[in-house]
Design a protein around this ligand. Structure first.
Ligand SMILES: N=CN[C@@H](CCC(=O)O)C(=O)O
Ligand SMILES: [Zn+2]
Length: 399
């Protein structure tokens, strides 16, 4: 039924705005208390944007003459912004359950990787898979994420490594972006691993000379929209020099830098990211003190991935140190064949228990700060007038 507005959420016990003054991120003291309204209503317009939020009686009075396509009685319930998942690898074929058994028997992530398993195992299977098959599994995975409250998700390529398969993955992500009711930030991750038969330098040359020009062309004519460039900067994968060249190449064609760094070995990835103006760096289990300070100064966000440290039995990233130093801390599920988690609530829980983040810090990290990591905190990540009407209603009266 047509109406003046799409949606009226009435009389919620609590509306957790997260922030209310147009903040692009929350850090330091701003994380101590999030913006919350009690006994409030919220209106979403036909354009999908938030039109009004306020005390239930004020909204009722203000909109008394207007019609809504849908009204939901939120008495006794709590409204939150949709969750933002800042790091996922959701396009792939081929299970890696056998590797879980190997890890349980003592093998490390890198031992499996160097023996041709891990990412390169998934690359083989993903190269063989049809676009239709990849789209079908992506659709199902995104639906699972949405059911757990995610409304904006970063999606990486990176199981193709050659141009043909990287483009196939990016087309699949583009199709989901156009067809599905979830926000997507697309990341080109052609430097996720060094392909068989190439050195890291050769792979970097191929990316810079062949992949990036093609992405630029496809972006220009509107065929594929890519937001971010990623590299797995790690000992035995891409060293600091190759990482720098690839990220700079991506930045030169207008992509935001958002990469894997300082995960298994200290690489000075954080220092590099700060220098290059990176939006975000993920993992950071092995980040240096200098790297943390550089990220705080540069406004480069840290995307922490509690499922990785849990799955691989790594030491936890130093979330408390980062928060104390003023780094913008965000969270991601890292959904991939090695860390099979769709749920940002589970990620927030692990962040609280294992990384010692407070509940408000975890919620900000999974909303406004994750949106910042994707360059989308002007439109996503909090409930404020003019922002996207992405929200979740939970049958619980309090934040
Ligand atoms: N560390 C690199 N990439 C992924 C793992 C991908 C895989 O193992 O397939 C991560 O973020 O955890
Ligand atoms: Zn990753």
């Amino acid at each position: 039924m047509a109406g003046d507005h799409r949606l009226l959420l009435e009389n919620a016990r609590q509306v957790v705005l997260v922030c209310a003054r147009g903040e692009r991120f929350l850090a330091r003291d701003a994380l101590r208390s999030l913006a919350v309204l009690e006994g409030a209503s919220l209106v979403v317009g036909t354009d999908g944007l938030i039109k009004a939020i306020g005390p239930a009686d004020v909204i009722q009075e203000q909109f008394s003459e207007e019609t809504f396509e849908e009204r939901i009685d939120c008495s006794g319930k709590c409204i939150l912004p949709g969750l933002v998942d800042a790091h996922t690898h959701p396009v792939w074929a081929g299970e890696r359950v056998h590797e879980f058994a190997m890890k349980l028997a003592g093998a490390t992530y890198m031992e499996i990787h160097q023996a041709g398993g891990g990412i390169n195992f998934t690359v083989e299977r993903t190269r063989q898979a049809s676009e239709e098959e990849l789209f079908g599994s992506l659709q199902q995975r995104l639906q699972c994420m949405m059911r757990a409250g995610t409304t904006l998700v970063e999606c990486k390529s990176g199981y193709g490594l050659n141009l043909e398969t990287e483009l196939k993955m990016l087309r699949v992500i583009e199709r989901a972006r156009r067809q599905m009711a979830v926000g997507i930030s697309a990341t080109y991750c052609g430097a996720h691993s060094v392909p068989k038969g190439k050195t890291a330098t050769e792979a970097a040359d191929d990316i810079i000379n062949n992949h990036l020009p093609k992405l630029k062309e496809l972006g220009r004519n509107g065929q594929i929209h890519v937001d971010n460039i990623d590299v797995f900067c790690e000992k035995g994968v891409f060293d600091l020099d190759s990482t720098r060249r690839i990220l700079q190449g991506g930045k030169d064609i207008g992509l935001q830098i958002n990469f894997h760094g300082d995960e298994l070995h200290p690489m000075k990835a954080a220092e590099l990211g700060a220098e290059l103006g990176a939006r975000a760096i993920s993992h950071l289990e092995e980040v240096s003190d200098e790297g943390i300070a550089a990220m705080a100064t540069a406004g480069c966000s840290a995307v922490l991935l509690p499922t990785t440290a849990y799955m691989l039995r790594l030491k936890q990233p130093r979330a408390r140190k980062m928060l104390d130093e003023g780094v913008i801390v965000a969270l991601g599920s890292d959904f991939n064949p090695n860390a099979y988690c769709f749920s940002m609530p589970m990620v927030m829980h692990l962040a609280c228990v294992n990384m010692r983040m407070s509940m408000p810090e975890a919620l900000a990290a999974a909303t406004i700060n994750a949106a910042y990591a994707l360059g989308k905190s002007h439109t996503h990540g909090s409930l404020e007038v003019g922002k996207q009407g992405d929200l979740i209603i939970i049958n619980s009266s309090r934040e």
